[in-house]
Design a protein around this ligand. Structure first.
Ligand SMILES: [Zn+2]
Length: 202
């Protein structure tokens, strides 16, 4: 079923959204799951209590999956509609004007690597991707994808250096030892190490 921003149902149900820093609100998985097998998406989204699947314009994960699609915004919306139908979820597609970043440019300076499952960036916090590590087993891969986007041609790119690094902010779960600061930090450090000092973990 298609949802719209005017539909109040959307705001009272848990939504699955992309890790993109332009999308705030919901729990965050790259491309809302386009990069993982359907059965895995179904299982993990259900366990997270998701009822709404969102997609958005200018999605890096969608383009990674479909590099030759000449109309990726329409393609992402179409994938979202079909996938939401299969899952029995509502679907909502965000146009660029509804996103909190400039169209065509990634202004994120951080990734929030979230073990709580509830984190969303508030106004005034540094622009950043969000990876909902608590719910998704693909979180480490998603973290690497976010860093690649930020350090690539669509982000600030070479402006991230050892002296001015891109930042991974680890947000541990308050009680669950599986999602402790030590565990999340070790996972983030493993990915950050691939980027030659241009990514720091805090
Ligand atoms: Zn996206």
């Amino acid at each position: 079923m298609v949802a719209s921003l005017a539909n109040p149902k959307v705001f009272f149900q848990r939504s699955l959204c992309c890790v993109d820093g332009g999308i705030v609100g919901g729990i965050h998985l790259a491309g809302s799951g386009i990069l993982i097998p359907f059965e895995q998406l179904q299982r993990e989204a259900a366990a997270a209590g998701v009822k709404v699947l969102t997609t958005h314009d200018d999605c890096g994960a969608y383009k990674l999956k479909h590099p030759d699609d000449h109309n990726p915004n329409q393609g992402a919306a179409e994938w979202g509609r079909k996938t939401a139908d299969r899952l029995g979820f509502l679907h909502l597609h965000f146009k660029s004007v509804n996103m909190d970043r400039p169209a065509g440019f990634h202004d994120e300076v951080a990734v929030y690597y979230d073990g709580t499952g509830w984190f969303n960036r508030m106004p005034g916090m540094p622009k950043g991707f969000v990876v909902s590590r608590k719910y998704f087993s693909s979180a480490q891969k998603d973290l690497e994808l976010c860093i690649n986007i930020a350090l690539g041609g669509h982000g600030f790119g070479d402006r991230f250096t050892a002296k001015a690094p891109f930042t991974v902010v680890v947000l541990p779960h308050p009680t669950d030892p599986i999602l402790s600061a030590a565990v999340l930090r070790a996972e983030a450090e493993q990915i950050a190490a691939k980027f030659g000092g241009r990514v720091r973990v805090v």
